[in-house]
Design a protein. Structure first.
Length: 314
């Protein structure tokens, strides 16, 4: 089953139709539009609309399709370097144009090295407004959490209303910013319509946490969560080393420690801050062991970055 290309392997996502370069020849980037990714830590998902125009409205249903190919062909024919990893067609089909883990596509300037770009197809309307089909939003709300899960990215978005200017911490690429952002959040050259407000409202309804990145709220919260998790682990390790696990409750203690590890991994990778590992849907056909390793690795990186950033600013 076709899926997202990640480190040379395909990752299907339930209820999404995905095509890639293994399926059709046009579903690829031109050499001028990308380079090898300089880091293994992919920490941002950046959302775009293909036209970036405002105002925009939600168009009912789905379009006729075929627009992702128009976008991909247009990027290849243009003399300038510009492209994104993924295009969501107006019928909800997701076109994956390159390997998401190893390719840096030129979609968001200073954020390119550590981000994945998603273009949502935007229609021009005869009344001067612009619109995005319901099918595009529905696909995006399935695609974004799946990417967060695959790459161990915290499922979190900006909290404050857009003020026609980028987030201060994103203006230089946002090396300390982890989560889901719009192209408008890292540059003053885009505006409301790239990608608009509707997609963030839908991601919030799907469970994305909201943070005030300019105030460093995300750093404060994750630093606290890291410290609490470390204290919990130390308490459990102390019980183990003191011999508490050699009695009748040994099996239960080991089970709680395993549950704690799973709970923290899921909670940190999604950014929900909930205490139940079972509180999140798991509609993704992925290797759980692969996800656990990826999430733990990226959580450690994020936590160290958050702590160092907070220390530098204090």
């Amino acid at each position: 089953m076709p899926g997202l290309l990640v480190n040379g392997k395909e990752h299907p996502v339930q209820d999404l139709i995905i095509i890639n370069s293994h399926d059709v020849e046009w579903c690829r980037l031109d050499q001028k539009d990308y380079r090898s990714r300089p880091t293994s830590w992919v920490r941002q998902i950046i959302l775009h609309t293909t036209k970036g125009d405002w105002p925009q409205r939600v168009l009912p249903g789905r379009g006729a399709g075929g627009r992702a190919r128009v976008v991909a062909d247009g990027w290849r024919s243009e003399p300038v370097s510009s492209a994104a990893h993924l295009v969501i067609d107006n019928d909800g089909t997701v076109a994956c144009l390159c390997d998401l883990a190893t390719v840096e596509a030129y979609h968001a300037t200073v954020s390119n090295p550590w981000s994945i770009g998603i273009e949502m197809y935007q229609e021009g309307c005869s009344d001067g407004h612009y619109g995005v089909h319901e099918a595009v939003y529905e696909a995006a709300v399935k695609l974004v959490p799946a990417l967060c899960r695959i790459f161990g990215i915290q499922f979190q978005i900006p909290k404050l209303p857009y003020k026609n200017e980028p987030l201060r911490r994103m203006a230089d690429g946002g090396e300390s910013c982890v989560g889901v952002f719009g192209h408008r959040d890292n540059t003053g050259q885009r505006g409301f319509g790239d990608p608009g407000d509707e997609i963030f409202a839908r991601l919030a309804a799907a469970g994305a946490e909201r943070f005030d990145h300019n105030a460093g709220e995300d750093l404060d919260v994750w630093k606290g969560r890291q410290q609490r998790a470390q204290r919990q682990r130390r308490r459990l390790d102390g019980r183990r080393h003191s011999g508490a696990e050699h009695g009748p409750s040994a099996r239960g203690c080991r089970s709680r420690r395993r549950h704690l590890g799973a709970r923290v991994t899921v909670r940190w990778s999604w950014g929900h801050g909930r205490d139940r590992a079972c509180s999140l849907p798991r509609p993704f056909r992925l290797s759980q062991s692969w996800f656990d390793r990826s999430s733990a690795r990226n959580t450690t990186r994020w936590s160290r970055l958050a702590c160092s950033t907070m220390s530098a600013s204090s």
